[in-house]
Design a protein around this ligand. Structure first.
Ligand code: GLC
Length: 431
């Protein structure tokens, strides 16, 4: 175990000396933080931790973790189950507090009522396990649709309201653009790799078509239903070779691959998280100023829309040798100023209520006014009812959906088998 841990750490640790560290070198403690690295996430984490170092004289080391959320969970579980003190502060996904709570410090004693009330209630509550706050909310995610406003305008198309409409608009524009020589253009890209991101995407197709949330609030497995099959079947019917709406490559796309295609001007629509906004509008982006971010379509005309609730928090390891400093850093990074900086530079949705009416944040994120409600009413993955088995459920689900997208199975047969497997995994819905 120790060998494996050392190997993992050797591969992923990158040293970032705190700016102010040298002056206090003797007394300085070293806090190791795990940060995500989608887009400019890692840069902003370094910027934030450097500021804290400057302020406190402590050193910070950044652990760059795998981008795929489920792989990151695997790494964390290795470290935590070995009681490792190598990482003090973990960036954790909104679906993990239940899974990791036994390894994290209870932060409740470090929070005043006022501090608690400054966060969006849902974001804070999703970080509670057995009534204890085990991580501090850092940013909130919700799935959104990005589209090329210039192309829709060129062909007189309205913003599609349903998934079916989106398919039609994509097909119409593709045919004309291909005929005009824009051969590399695709219609719709998203996160289709067999990983946690696909669970998030497919949950949106299913929930917005009235097919539920895989497992209901009480733990009953509900995924084998005609609406769910219809929703997944529709998106799968778009995948194919040139001339199709979605490239076969989508089967291995995570957030960054989808963004790469869209940002280089090669897709009309993209499903992604808000972080892509800042990058799509960065200096070197081929689509700067041509993109609109809006809510995902519905499965039925006038029906519900669904954005999967995502987001990340900071939790302090129970095995840290420096709990005081680690808690202080978690509070600093999730504080008002840091969240504001990250919202402006990286379009990370704040978890602090006050930032939703901050003029500078709104200027950098003009969609926030319209989409605030979408984010606040985002659909949670069934992490609550499935408890510590959430990751097993999710892996079963994404594998079933992946089989349909890759045309290995029909949606109906794949969901039927999934239901049977989940009946076993869940011990008949008891989890
Ligand atoms: C985003 C979300 C996170 C989700 C992940 C899946 O990072 O914030 O909650 O699990 O995407 O790829």
């Amino acid at each position: 175990m120790r060998q494996l841990r050392n190997f993992l750490l050797a591969g992923v640790l990158g040293l970032v000396a705190g700016v102010g560290a040298s002056a206090h070198a003797d007394a300085a403690k070293k806090i190791t933080v795990s940060c995500g690295s989608n887009g400019i996430e890692r840069d902003l984490c370094i910027e934030g931790t450097n500021e804290w170092s400057k302020k406190t004289g402590q050193r910070v080391e950044i652990l760059s973790t795998p981008n795929d959320s489920n792989e990151r969970l695997g790494l964390y579980q290795q470290l935590l189950s070995a009681g490792s003190a190598d990482v003090d502060l973990y960036q954790i996904d909104v679906v993990w507090p239940g899974i990791l709570a036994s390894h994290l410090l209870d932060l409740t004693p470090h929070l005043s009522e006022k501090e608690i009330s400054e966060h969006v209630a849902g974001a804070l509550n999703s970080n509670k396990a057995d009534g204890k706050v085990v991580a501090l909310p850092w940013f909130m995610d919700g799935g959104v649709l990005y589209y090329r406003a210039d192309l829709l305008k060129k062909y007189g198309q309205k913003v599609p309201q349903t998934w079916e409409e989106m398919g039609k608009v994509a097909k119409l524009i593709l045919e004309k653009e291909h005929a005009a020589g824009n051969a590399e253009l695709w219609g719709f890209v998203y996160q289709g790799r067999a990983y946690e991101g696909l669970t998030c995407n497919a949950l949106e197709w299913v929930a917005s078509t009235g097919g539920g949330t895989i497992v209901d609030d009480k733990g009953a497995v509900t995924i084998n239903n005609p609406q769910a099959a219809k929703a997944i079947g529709l998106v799968a019917s778009w995948v194919g070779k040139k001339g199709s709406i979605t490239p076969e490559g989508v089967l291995s796309y995570s957030e960054e691959e989808a963004r790469g295609i869209f940002q280089s001007g090669k897709s009309i629509f993209m499903r992604n998280w808000p972080y892509a906004w800042a990058l799509l509008n960065s200096k070197d982006s081929a689509v700067k100023g041509k993109v609109v971010m809006t809510s995902l379509p519905s499965g039925t005309a006038g029906g519900p829309r669904a954005a999967t609730l995502g987001g990340w928090s900071l939790g302090v390891s129970k095995y840290t040798k420096n709990p005081k400093e680690a808690v202080d850093l978690a509070k600093f990074l999730t504080g008002f100023e840091q969240q504001k900086m990250r919202a402006i530079k990286g379009s990370f949705n704040p978890t602090r209520v006050a930032l939703y009416s901050d003029a500078e944040v709104l200027k950098a994120n003009p969609h926030l006014k319209e989409l605030k409600q979408v984010f606040l009413s985002a659909v949670p993955r069934p992490a609550g009812p499935t408890k510590t088995k959430y990751n097993r459920l999710s892996a079963e689900f994404w594998n079933s959906v992946h089989a349909v997208l890759s045309q290995a199975e029909t949606a109906e047969s794949s969901l039927k088998k999934l239901e049977a497997r989940l009946a076993k995994t869940s011990n008949g819905g008891k989890w």
